[in-house]
Design a protein around this ligand. Structure first.
Ligand code: GLC
Ligand code: CA
Length: 555
């Protein structure tokens, strides 16, 4: 395997709107990010992924871009962005932009032109099709609910939007459009970004017949996902994208890919794959409901373990996965993947350890390093997220009461991860001096960065040790390239594995159970404890005792 500059790096996702506000408008900004670079460096972060900061009407929080060459003014200016690049560089840190190119905003000038004349030059940047007998061209349901086709007023044309109607899909069959995208991507790379997180990219290849499919719900519609699933040829588009952009700059790319076809792993993230890496969503997919959040299920520990073990083993001969616990689209991992008795600081340390020491590129999400939790909301009006409002309605339509529907949102909402970062115990968690754009989690008085920096037993101080171990001169190679070997696969409480490289072995042991456990290991009593989440650990003659929620790393 050829070594690449990003193989041994640790990444961190910033959700700019909720990270740190410096001018009191209740919205996080680029100056806020710059002022926290030292905090991230000190934590052990190398690569920073910024959720979208481009000009946007924010119908889907910036994932609807109206100008790819502008910074949205709520975040600051292009000058601020250049300062961020320079300040990151000084610290040997790298910046990734979020690349949203399956769709743009309906306010983008391309779409505004297209609306004027769906049959004209810009009409061909999108998918406009005529309806039949006053019905949309097909029965696809968008990811955010309702038809994926929106009628152009006063015409019988409809345009395709796989997400919100304000996010029209871009036509990847049009070379002119592709050229515009390549030029834009190279412009950012020339500026000095290290690469991109690539949004919703599996959706770019459409079945151009746009034929209706068997409905999968009482609304007579079928998830637009089925159309994507049935079509071949995304690989050619992705390869062209890479050749015309990323490859020339040795850029790092991490793709958001749900449900790739089975045998495509090598093509996606092999040595010469379309991307550097892609997120492992296997554990997140476990709770997905068949019809929506209202029929989602809690994640069972054994399924969680099996899913991650499977991804690790499937991938290790092929390439690198990007390992996550949570992101801006998911509820907090502490609440989702830990049993009730472990949803506390001890559990957060345990969950962080097993994820970060896996083979692959670790991606932390802001607040994960202090063990941030889901935010209770009192009313559906407290939620901003477009998808949460849709899922609430879907739940009501399925017959749930308002209280039940709200509960479903509390468990699953994307806003759980989007509440402001908790910096200290002052008003609004120190995130802003004025009213924050989204409610602050009321637990901030006890759970915040400042308090944890002052407490050496905190989740934050533990994360620092954990990342330092991963990057220590002695173990860096092993954690980067070492093989993943599962241990105690059938044990209902243990999440355990080894990482091995050239005769050297590190063992990770976590007890998710309610009670203490004593294990017999193949290690001798001479094994060193490299990391331990609780004060005590005993190793005697190859026997080791683990408390409930304790994780120990030996080497
Ligand atoms: C991705 C983003 C999500 C967004 C969607 C549409 O899944 O992560 O936040 O809503 O794409 O762009
Ligand atoms: Ca601000």
């Amino acid at each position: 395997m050829n070594k690449k500059w990003w193989h041994d790096k640790t990444a961190y996702q910033i959700y700019p709107k909720s990270f740190y506000d410096t001018n009191g408008d209740g919205i996080g900004d680029l100056k806020g990010i710059i002022s926290k670079l030292d905090y991230l460096k000190d934590l052990g972060i190398d690569i920073i992924w910024l959720s979208p900061i481009y000009q946007s009407p924010f119908v889907d929080q910036g994932y609807d871009i109206s100008d790819y060459y502008k910074i949205d003014e709520s975040f600051g200016t292009m000058e601020d962005f250049d300062t961020l690049l320079a300040e990151a560089k000084k610290r040997n840190m790298y910046i990734l932009m979020d690349l949203v190119i399956n769709h743009c905003s309906d306010k983008h000038k391309w779409f505004q032109e297209a609306l004027k004349n769906p049959e004209g030059e810009y009409g061909d940047y999108f998918y406009f099709r005529k309806g039949t007998n006053g019905n949309p061209p097909s029965n696809y349901r968008s990811y955010f609910g309702k038809s994926a086709w929106q009628q152009v007023e006063g015409t019988d044309y409809y345009y395709l939007h796989m997400f919100a109607k304000e996010q029209p899909d871009l036509n990847w069959e049009n070379p002119k459009l592709l050229n515009e995208l390549y030029t834009m991507i190279n412009w950012w790379l020339e500026k000095g970004v290290a690469g991109f997180r690539i949004d919703a990219i599996i959706n770019i290849k459409k079945d151009l017949t746009f034929q209706s499919l068997e409905p999968d719900g009482p609304d007579g519609l079928v998830s637009v996902w089925r159309m994507v699933e049935n079509v071949d040829g995304v690989g050619k588009l992705l390869e062209d994208l890479k050749k015309n952009t990323f490859e020339k700059y040795q850029a790092f790319t991490v793709a958001e890919v749900f449900n790739m076809k089975k045998d495509e792993l090598v093509e996606f993230i092999g040595e010469n794959g379309h991307f550097s890496t892609m997120f492992d969503f296997s554990a997140h997919s476990l709770s997905m409901g068949e019809h929506g959040w209202y029929d989602s299920k809690p994640v069972q520990f054994m399924d969680f373990k099996k899913a991650l073990f499977h991804s690790q083993q499937e991938c290790q001969e092929v390439g690198f996965l990007a390992n996550i616990i949570e992101n801006h689209d998911e509820p907090r991992g502490v609440n989702r993947f830990l049993p009730d008795h472990a949803q506390n600081p001890a559990g957060a340390k345990m969950l962080g350890t097993i994820s970060i020491l896996l083979r692959g590129i670790p991606f932390l999400y802001q607040g994960q390093e202090i063990g941030m939790q889901n935010c209770p909301m009192d009313s559906i009006d407290d939620y901003d997220d477009i998808s949460t409002h849709n899922e609430y309605l879907t739940a009501l339509e399925a017959g749930l009461s308002k209280d039940e529907a709200l509960k479903v949102c509390c468990l699953n909402s994307r806003d759980n991860a989007r509440t402001p970062m908790q910096w200290d115990a002052s008003a609004n968690a120190g995130f802003t001096s004025q009213t924050p754009w989204l409610k602050v989690n009321p637990n901030y008085k006890d759970l915040n960065v400042k308090a944890q920096l002052a407490d050496e037993n905190s989740v934050l101080c533990y994360y620092k040790k954990l990342l330092a171990l991963r990057k220590s001169p002695e173990y860096r190679e092993l954690f980067t390239y070492g093989k993943f070997v599962p241990l105690f696969e059938d044990d209902p409480d243990l999440f355990a594995y080894e990482r091995t490289l050239e005769g050297k072995t590190v063992t990770v042991l976590a007890n998710f159970g309610r009670t203490a456990k004593t294990l017999t290991l193949a290690i001798g009593s001479e094994a060193d404890i490299l990391l331990n989440s609780q004060p005590q650990a005993d190793i005697h003659n190859g026997q080791i005792s683990l408390n409930s929620c304790q994780v120990i790393v030996t080497g």
